[in-house]
Structure formats: structure tokens, C-alpha cells
Design a protein around this ligand. Structure first.
Ligand code: APR
Ligand code: PHB
Length: 390
């Protein structure tokens, strides 16, 4: 078998790339370890930047997004229960962001892939990359058979725990990492959200986030220990703690109900440089991780694959290698800015084990400055709605 681009992984990075390549007249095959239901079932963030919603429109997969996505023109910060709003639309001259779950995005990507016959191999096991420096190929097993695919380039879209990154020689790469000393305990519940927009809360007892999936489905998070025992968090304890951290004004609006999802996620910042070696490119979580504060993970994967698809288009249609040669530097320039924002937003809203009186006062001063300074709010807002593609 032969194709132009072998894509490893069919998460957001792999699927958006597959659609972009198809739209650009480039052949691709995506190899995915899991099945479609598993990927669609993974609960992830749900805040889309304009670049992401524009791409969905360009690909012709925005019908449901237009009907069900909810535009948020502002977001809220709270410090020990006192809340203030950042008017993102006014500050940036944009619409703001769209709240639409990543699970829904995946469903739209897969439905459209079926409709237009994109080649996705689900449940591909033992995927191995060969000869990434010369004449690349990929092998895998499925249904008890062994497959071999020759290609021009391989793109690792296989997430943080994938195999593509590890096939780059260690001597040719450098990675940067920060592991945060806490996690997020998240729940989903079919109750109306406490507020019509999100609330990021810094409280002495730790961070809390009030988010949502729809007017009838809420998503809430509490900062917790990384090894927190979920069994120690029956719903009542979660709601009580959430009320405390969001403060009495929001607490009074909080509608409680049974949760149907409860998980702990670790927080990490990670970047590998460069994002290309030989004929292997990396995109999305395979190359970088951001902590979830600000919901940048999927949006960052989208900007990577837009840049990569442009670069591959130049290579195939204009015979110009400049795009693929510049891909890593171009993508990393934006990646580091988004890493900075996610790290900063995490730093000012969470309680760190080492937080002393001085650190806490610094956080409070930072939030007090944000409350009143249009310049500080504009900086937050332009990052939150999404930096332009460089
Ligand atoms: N072979 C084939 N597929 C693999 C392999 C492998 N060895 N290892 C991982 N995969 C698949 C995973 O099953 C997953 O479906 O690669 C996909 C990677 O998807 P994500 O982890 O979602 O990564 P990415 O597409 O970069 O997503 C970026 O969306 O899901 C969020 O947290 C993620 O915010 C991040 C963003
Ligand atoms: C979510 O809804 O899951 C969500 C929203 C905003 C974030 C992170 C997660 O910053």
C-alpha cells in the first residue's frame, strides 16, 4: 500500500489534518489504536477559539456547531468569592469563544470523514514507524493481519503517550517540562450551569472552575491532589466544596444533581523541539501539552495542523519545500506563546504546596490588577479568544 501522508492517531490533530489534506488534494491514511466510540467518549475541554470554529466552517462540518454551540462574549474570574467579568468581545473586537464539547467536534469530524470516504484504520495495533530519515513507511496489525504502508511523510498526531515522538533520535531533540503538584477533579452533571459564562476561581482552599457543555449540562472542576482518591469524593462533598470555592453569591445559584462522570486529571506543561525530524512531523499533544486552564489543548492542535497542511500544500502543489522546512519554527513560535498563557493562568489561579503568604498576596494583587486595568484584561482576553496564526 502507498499514500502521500501517513497520520498516526485520529484524535483532533489527526482528524483535522486528514480533512485539511483531503481539502488540499493530498492523499492520507490515518491509523488509530482505538475505536471511534472510545475517542468520542473521551471527556475533554469544550471552549473553541475562532480559528477552530472557522476551520470547521471551511471544512463544511459546522452545521451542528452553529445550532448547538454557545458563544461566550466574556469570562469571569473570582478571588475568594468576589467575581468580576472580562468582556472578551469588547476588549478584542471579536465574538469571543464558542462553548461546544470536544466530543461533539470529534463526532462531526468522524461523520464527515465517513461521508467523504477518508481512510481511517481504527484498532490498528503495534504501529511501527520505519526509516523516517529516508524512505518512510509504517507497519501495523489489525484483525490478526500485518499491514505495510509506504509514504512520503509521517505525521505523529498520536498524543502525549504515543510512539511517534520517541522515534526521533534523542540527540536531535530537546524537551521542556513542568509537572504541576496538583490535579483537577472534574464532574459532568445534567444540571443547568451556575452562571451563563465560565468562572475561574482562585480560593484559599484551591482553584475551582465552573464550565458547561450546554444550557442543561454543567462541567465543574476542583483543584485536588494528583493521587486524589475519587471514592473520597461522593457528589455531596464535591458540591459543598465547589460552593465554598465559588463563593456564596454563585453558590446560591448552584443547582446540584447526580454526576455521571468523575475523574482526576494531572496538569503538565511540555514541549519538544523541534517538531520535525527527517520525514516525520509532530502535531498536537504528541509535541506539546498545556495545563487545561484556558482550554488551549485542542485549539493548539488545530493551529499546528493548519500550518502543516499549508506547508504540505506548498510542497506538493508549488514544489516549494520552504513551508515544511519552516513548519517547526513557525509552529513552536505560537506553541510557546500558548504555553506561556496556560502556565500564567494556572499560576495565578491555583494554590501551590509552596504558596507562602507572599505568593498568595502576589496572586491577589494580580487578580486585583486584572479587575481594574483594561490593559491587563486585554492581554488575558486576546490570549483567551486565541492568538492569530503567525
Ligand atoms: N498508534 C495509533 N494511534 C495512537 C497510538 C499508537 N501507538 N498512540 C496513541 N494513539 C492515538 C490515541 O488513541 C488518540 O486517539 O492518537 C490519538 C491522539 O489523540 P489526542 O490524545 O486527543 O491528541 P491530539 O489529537 O493531539 O489532541 C489535542 O485534544 O484530546 C485533546 O487533550 C487533547 O487537548 C488535546 C488536544
Ligand atoms: C471544560 O469545559 O472542560 C473546560 C473549560 C475551560 C477550561 C478547561 C476546561 O479552561
Amino acid at each position: 500500500m502507498r499514500t502521500q501522508i501517513a497520520i498516526i492517531g485520529a484524535g483532533p490533530a489527526g482528524m483535522f489534518l486528514a480533512h485539511l489534506l483531503r481539502a488540499g488534494g493530498i492523499d492520507a491514511v490515518a491509523l488509530e489504536r482505538r475505536d471511534r466510540a472510545y475517542i468520542e467518549g473521551r471527556v475533554r475541554a469544550g471552549v473553541l477559539e475562532r480559528t477552530t470554529t472557522d476551520l470547521m466552517a471551511r471544512l463544511g462540518i459546522a452545521q451542528r456547531l452553529r445550532r448547538e454551540g454557545v458563544i461566550h462574549t466574556g469570562t469571569n474570574l473570582s478571588c475568594d468569592g468576589a467575581m468580576f467579568r472580562i468582556d472578551m468581545a469588547d476588549l478584542t473586537g471579536s465574538d469571543g469563544v464558542t462553548v461546544y464539547g470536544q466530543q461533539e467536534v470529534m463526532r462531526d469530524l468522524f461523520d464527515h470523514a465517513e461521508a467523504c470516504g477518508l481512510e481511517i484504520v481504527f484498532e490498528a495495533s503495534d504501529v511501527v514507524l520505519h526509516d523516517i530519515d529516508t524512505t518512510p513507511s509504517v507497519t501495523w496489525q489489525a484483525n490478526g493481519r500485518y499491514f505495510h504502508l509506504d509514504c512520503d511523510f509521517i505525521v505523529g498526531c498520536d498524543g502525549f503517550h504515543g510512539i511517534a515522538r520517541g522515534t526521533m533520535p534523542q540527540s536531535a531533540t530537546r524537551s521542556f517540562e513542568r509537572i504541576y503538584p496538583f490535579g483537577w477533579l472534574g464532574i459532568l452533571a445534567d444540571v443547568p450551569p451556575a452562571n451563563h459564562e465560565l468562572i475561574y476561581a482562585n480560593h484559599e482552599r484551591g482553584f475551582a472552575l465552573a464550565s458547561m457543555r450546554s444550557p442543561t449540562r454543567s462541567r465543574y472542576y476542583l483543584q485536588c491532589d494528583v493521587d486524589e482518591d475519587i471514592a473520597a469524593w461522593p457528589d455531596e462533598r464535591f458540591w459543598d466544596e465547589l460552593c465554598l470555592r465559588l463563593g456564596p453569591d454563585v453558590g446560591r445559584q448552584l443547582v446540584r444533581g447526580p454526576s455521571f462522570e468523575k475523574t482526576v486529571a494531572p496538569l503538565r506543561s511540555f514541549v519538544i523541539e523541534p517538531m520535525r525530524h527527517g520525514r516525520l512531523f509532530l502535531a498536537g499533544d504528541a509535541a506539546h501539552i498545556v495545563p487545561p486552564t484556558g482550554a488551549k489543548g485542542m485549539n493548539l492542535a488545530v493551529s499546528d495542523v493548519i500550518m502543516l497542511a499549508e506547508a504540505l500544500g506548498l510542497f506538493y502543489h508549488e514544489n516549494d519545500p520552504g513551508g515544511i522546512d519552516g513548519y517547526s519554527a513557525r509552529a513552536l513560535d505560537r506553541v510557546w506563546k500558548v504555553e506561556r498563557f496556560s502556565w500564567w493562568f494556572t499560576s495565578i489561579t491555583h494554590r501551590f504546596p509552596t504558596t507562602c503568604g507572599f505568593d498568595r498576596r502576589m496572586q491577589m494583587a494580580e487578580l486585583a490588577y486584572l479587575r481594574t486595568s483594561r490593559a491587563a484584561q486585554t492581554s488575558l482576553a486576546e490570549n483567551y479568544v486565541g492568538l492569530p496564526l503567525n
